[in-house]
Design a protein around this ligand. Structure first.
Ligand code: GLC
Length: 626
């Protein structure tokens, strides 16, 4: 009863702070945990287990190690580890195949079941646009593209397919959805957010959680979701970022978000409203700070607002070594973060040191046993909801799911996501749609035949990489070749040469893959190679259709003036045919920008609602075919 009243009060406060649009009545009145999502219902089972646990077994449940960092797989038993993760790039020793991942997961679970209480592991991966660590998985558009669809049903379907492919490896936890509200286009994680608009983040974040978790967390194809990064990760200001290892520059990522609590609630909280409404079982606090205080050490944010006011019943998992940034004294950092409300720590490498220091902190009374019990209860309540505390928990992979892994049916859903994510920015003289029976089409740009550029970061490797990175997928060049008639000649040049005489040219421009702070940029102009290719096509005197692959809004005035049509394709993933479906008119473009596109760097950051708002393309812009 108490928590429901609290929730209603929080909603009223959130609505007042944000204006009635934030939490529509339907949501506010339905905000008691949806059926099957009342995690507290599993407390009797969780408490029964908790009462039998030693301090070491409890601390083990709060410890998440990187699987690549295990000094000895026996450490799973030795330290009663409750969770492992595979970070962006860590792959099984035997390579990135579906089989290797499945065998790796099952091997680790088998070790966990040898412990006294045989509590299964939670194994987490960054399945942020498909099961993107595994070769052959379907790679969906990153969230910036899904944001342009404004289609919660489609986002839910994409998450459902992702869950099926994650469970095919046995893994049952995805560090997704990212419900950041990126406000500065120069941030390297802009593409991980759905939109600069908090309401879009709320609606699509809720849909993604539903797709991953379904109505019941113990369903054999449900995957525990993790809304991230709580809170204000997308609101940091330029110059406050963590110094980059490459050039020591302090730009945006993991920086500071200076604003009032009312502003923080209005802009950066809605994604968590949606996720909690959908029953999300885990939330990841951010590396960033709020008014100079590290979120991962903020009791106000993690306990008072998220757990007490918002009534979040699941558990908090820290970001990768995020608590290390709270203070140089690691033992004190652990003390601050756990006492602030962190429940599980993604250590991820020094798990023995973390285990030892947290035990000391409890022994010394600096972390109370009641806090340990609350953290472990939250973790066990989620494991119970997932069926992991049952007599014979389902922890082996269901290999029947291997049949649909990367299947044509799954790819069709991703292709639909690509189609609906495309935003038509310009279409002079109706040069689009192109004809499938044209005599010759010339495709240009190095990214035109590059699946790695099409997928972007978080694809097989943490940073992603250009070139052949997946064992599936269709590049834009291959898609053009498959779309046209047998009589149509398709020529290609990376640099734009050789186009003269063609009926039209398709130039693929854009960014190279990146992730996180490595993607922070001080300027959003297109590269010289892209512009040189465009000049060559211009000189050839052919109609030019530009396709822009980017993780964020770019400065495109020069390019726009030199081409006849331009489509923003963001980071579409493996299904390049979704692009040609629109280029050749089988489907009309319907995407609408989920971020504002600036005229110049002087305008950045620029967001709808700014006092001065004269963008190149406003939030919501998108043309279609007449
Ligand atoms: C990363 C990211 C987070 C990810 C985690 C595990 O640094 O900040 O989004 O889930 O570490 O890879």
């Amino acid at each position: 009863m108490k928590s429901t009243i609290h929730r209603r009060r929080f909603i009223q406060a959130a609505t007042r702070a944000a204006g009635a649009s934030l939490v529509p009545p339907a949501l506010s009145s339905a905000w008691s945990a949806p059926p099957g999502k009342a995690l507290r219902a599993h407390d009797p089972q969780a408490r029964a287990l908790l009462s039998r646990m030693t301090l070491e077994e409890k601390i083990g449940q709060m410890t998440q190690a990187e699987q690549n960092a295990l000094k000895d797989e026996g450490d799973i038993e030795r330290y009663f580890l409750g969770s492992l993760l595979s970070g962006g790039s860590s792959d099984p020793k035997a390579g990135n195949t579906l089989q290797a991942w499945t065998e790796m997961y099952e091997g680790y679970q088998a070790r966990a079941l040898k412990t006294r209480l045989a509590i299964p592991l939670l194994f987490g991966v960054d399945a942020v646009h498909g099961h993107n660590n595994v070769l052959g998985a379907v790679i969906f558009p990153h969230n910036i593209g899904l944001g342009s669809t404004r289609n919660p049903g489609l986002v839910e379907r994409a998450a459902r397919i992702t869950a099926l492919e994650v469970r095919a490896t046995g893994i049952q936890w995805a560090f997704a959805p990212c419900v950041a509200v990126p406000r500065d286009e120069r941030w390297g994680r802009t593409y991980e957010g759905f939109s600069e608009d908090p309401e879009v983040a709320r609606r699509l974040g809720e849909a993604a959680v539903r797709g991953l978790q379904q109505q019941r967390l113990d369903h054999p194809t449900s995957v525990l979701a993790c809304a991230k990064h709580f809170v204000g990760d997308g609101g940091t200001v330029m110059g406050t970022g963590k110094p980059r290892s490459t050039d020591k520059k302090r730009l945006l990522d993991q920086g500071d978000t200076p604003m009032s609590e009312a502003e923080l609630r209005r802009i950066h909280l809605p994604g968590y409203l949606g996720a909690i409404e959908a029953g999300v079982g885990s939330i990841m606090p951010s590396y960033s700070s709020w008014n100079g205080v590290k979120v991962s050490g903020s009791r106000r944010l993690l306990t008072e607002i998220l757990k007490e006011e918002m009534g979040f019943e699941g558990f908090l998992i820290s970001d990768y070594a995020a608590i290390d940034q709270i203070t140089p004294d690691y033992k004190n950092a652990i003390e601050i973060s756990i006492n602030a409300g962190m429940d599980m720590v993604m250590v991820p490498n020094e798990y023995v040191r973390f285990f030892t220091l947290l035990r000391e902190l409890v022994t010394e009374g600096r972390v109370k046993m009641s806090r340990i019990d609350d953290a472990v209860l939250r973790i066990l309540r989620v494991k119970a909801a997932m069926g992991l505390l049952a007599k014979n928990p389902r922890i082996r992979a269901d290999r029947r799911l291997h049949r649909s892994f990367g299947s044509a049916a799954h790819r069709e859903v991703a292709r639909e996501c690509v189609r609906q994510s495309l935003v038509l920015l310009k279409n002079e003289k109706n040069v689009l749609p192109l004809s499938k029976t044209a005599a010759r089409l010339h495709v240009a740009g190095r990214s035109a035949d590059d699946i790695g550029d099409q997928c972007g970061g978080w694809t097989i490797d943490w940073q992603g990489r250009s070139g052949e990175v997946t064992t599936g997928g269709v590049t834009i060049l291959a898609a053009v070749r498959s779309a046209v008639s047998a009589s149509t000649e398709v020529t290609f040049s990376a640099d734009g040469a050789g186009a003269s005489g063609a009926d039209a040219a398709v130039l693929v421009m854009g960014e190279r893959p990146y992730a996180e702070g490595a993607g922070d940029r001080e300027d959003l102009s297109l590269g010289p190679d892209e512009m040189a290719a465009l000049e060559r096509l211009k000189a050839a005197g052919v109609p030019i259709v530009a396709i822009l692959l980017s993780g964020r809004p770019m400065l495109i005035e020069d390019a726009l003036s030199r081409c006849d049509a331009m489509v923003a394709a963001f980071l579409p993933g493996t299904e390049g045919r979704g692009i040609t479906d629109v280029l050749f008119g089988d489907f009309k473009p319907k995407g609408r920008l989920s971020f504002t596109w600036p005229r110049s760097m002087a305008q950045v950051p620029i967001n709808a609602g700014d006092a001065t708002y004269e963008p190149r393309f406003p939030l919501g812009f998108g043309l279609t075919f007449s």
